[in-house]
Write a new protein. Structure first.
Length: 574
């Protein structure tokens, strides 16, 4: 056991003495020490249940013969930080969470890991940390929130942001805004549509880091505790079998599976940023162009923000297995290893049969013939950018640039009704280094939708978007303005052309003759200043860590088959 380094032999008597002080006896110290790491916080509903779930995970570890060691790390809640200077901390927190999980587990020489996650950045951060640690491990998403009800209509946090725009437009009064605000979040759980949290929870399943079906269970569902218990047992089983660590699960094909799932569900464009970062930590060759190939996967799931259903409703109909089965039937899914010890197809074969449902359609009869995003290049983005296509039918846009050097300035212009149909709103100096922290633009995009301009303007930024954003939006423009990218040379009045069919974003101007705009650094000390100095391009995941050494050879898929039938009993029913 790796933990022998801290607990075995006469020289480790001081360490054992400290472990005894926590209540562990000889037998507990002798067993495998398994980390239970969670991102519990009571600042938002997203992570509110994780401390309680940790007790179930601990019980599962104990029942399987291990000793749980519990840690807590931070979470920054985008829905609260959105539109404020605090949003700069969000993406930076992904690196801090990954670093803290890695340091806590490796610093105590623990033998395995269960990570419980909630809001947006906690999910990829957990996967990044596990890729570095490469120990027997599993991730469990705390679960989605249930939809709220307002005037007989299902509402989510997306509706509150859009109500702010309607309020500014004068079409919603103070009482109406307050009514939506009070109804949208009825309890614990992460944001309810196929926004970033639910998109990334599905990504974990398709990557093989979470057991199929368990992430789908809503936060307040009575089966969620049993799911955490099952994950505790599972990690102990993986430890005993001596295999199926993340290096065997995180293959190029697994990343392709995950990217296709994002496309098929019109999921958050943040998945591109996060999958690139996870691949970086795993030492897997996976690039923006792999996302473009995956984007040819049709949209088959009718999920918010562009569709009808929330994640909780899809769970009731059959969950992520619905999406996986349709992709498998169309030949768009590879049979890869998963954390359970069974392959993805074996997990699907063991999953309960779905009943009648109208949330997920066959690939042959899609909601949209191509996915919810595309990768573009051109005058404004020589290293690439991502355009969000969900929620509208357009594949091209040409308009006049309205250039802002911060999200705050752009939001003020929107609230002042100073944006017109045909404008291309450009928000720059909001990239990973320039922001710093690559803020999401939901406050701006939702306000535009609330004013009825969602299909009549485009937005281009070196920042990023919330998974709740919809409309013609182009983000992750690279290189960013702070690094002298072409977006820094754009001026008011320039004509910007966006064409998904040719995968181009260009401008009618000779940008090479212009000096790039510059702004003073917004942060000169502390964690964000350090982040700004270290962070890389969004086109490569906006990571701060160096590339890892190549992993040892992975277990061949033929050997994976030997473990079929040894996964979770009854598949996803804890």
């Amino acid at each position: 056991m790796q933990s022998d380094a801290i607990k075995t032999g006469p020289s480790r008597a001081p360490a054992r003495a400290m472990l005894r002080a926590t209540g562990l006896d000889d037998a507990a110290i002798a067993r495998p020490l398994i980390a239970v790491v969670h991102t519990w916080s009571d600042v938002s509903p997203c992570n509110l249940t994780l401390r309680d779930l940790a007790q179930h995970a601990r019980a599962g570890i104990l029942a399987a013969g291990g000793t749980p060691i519990e840690f807590n790390t931070i979470a920054i809640t985008d829905g609260i930080a959105m539109g404020s200077s605090g949003m700069r901390a969000s993406l930076a927190s992904r690196e801090v969470i990954a670093d803290s999980i890695e340091l806590a587990v490796s610093g105590h020489c623990l033998d395995g890991v269960v990570v419980l996650v909630g809001c947006d950045k906690t999910i990829p951060a957990a996967a990044m940390a596990l890729a570095r640690l490469d120990l027997p491990s599993a991730i469990l998403y705390g679960g989605t929130i249930m939809p709220g009800q307002c005037k007989g209509k299902k509402v989510t946090i997306q509706d509150v942001f859009e109500a702010v725009g309607s309020h500014a437009a004068g079409t919603l009064d103070d009482a109406g805004l307050a009514e939506v605000e009070r109804a949208a979040c009825p309890g614990a759980g992460a944001c309810g549509g196929q926004f970033t949290a639910n998109t990334m929870a599905m990504v974990l399943t398709f990557l093989g880091l979470s057991p199929l079906g368990l992430n789908d269970i809503p936060a307040l569902h009575p089966d969620k505790g049993a799911a955490a218990f099952a994950c505790g047992e599972l990690v102990m089983r993986r430890l005993r079998e001596g295999g199926f660590t993340p290096s065997q699960v995180l293959t190029p094909a697994a990343f392709r599976n995950a990217a296709r799932a994002v496309s098929a569900t019109a999921g958050s464009t943040n998945a591109a940023l996060h999958l690139l970062a996870i691949a970086h930590e795993a030492g897997v060759d996976f690039t923006l162009e792999d996302f473009e190939a995956a984007s040819r996967t049709p949209v088959i799931a009718d999920l918010k923000p562009g569709g009808r259903y929330t994640a909780a409703e899809m769970f009731d109909m059959g969950g992520s297995a619905l999406v996986a089965n349709e992709l498998r039937a169309a030949g768009l899914l590879d049979d890869e290893a998963t954390v359970t010890g069974r392959t993805l197809f074996a997990e699907l074969d063991a999953a309960p049969a779905a009943g009648p449902q109208d949330c997920v359609r066959p690939v042959s009869d899609p909601i949209k013939p191509r996915g919810g995003y595309s990768i573009l290049y051109g005058d404004l983005a020589p290293e690439g950018c991502i355009v969000k296509l969900a929620g509208h039918g357009r594949e091209s846009f040409e308009g006049t640039a309205r250039v802002f050097d911060s999200e705050d300035a752009a939001f003020a212009a929107v609230q002042a009704r100073d944006i017109r149909a045909g404008d291309v709103v450009v928000i720059r100096f909001e990239g990973p280094a320039g922001g710093p922290g690559m803020r999401e633009m939901l406050a701006v995009t939702a306000a535009l939708v609330g004013q009825g301009l969602g299909n009549d303007v485009a937005l281009v930024t070196d920042g990023r978007f919330s998974g709740a954003t919809h409309g013609f939006m182009v983000g992750h423009v690279s290189p960013e303005a702070a690094h002298g990218g072409p977006i820094a040379r754009l001026r008011d009045g320039d004509r910007v052309r966006i064409d998904v069919s040719t995968r181009r974003i260009d401008v009618d101007a000779d940008l090479s003759t212009r000096e790039p705009a510059r702004i003073a650094p917004r942060v000169t000390g502390g964690a964000l200043a350090k982040y700004a100095l270290q962070v890389g391009s969004a086109s490569r995941g906006a990571v701060t860590s160096p590339a890892p050494a190549p992993r040892a050879a992975r277990i061949p898929i033929a050997l994976i088959a030997d473990f079929r039938g040894q996964g979770l009993p009854e598949h996803s029913t804890p």
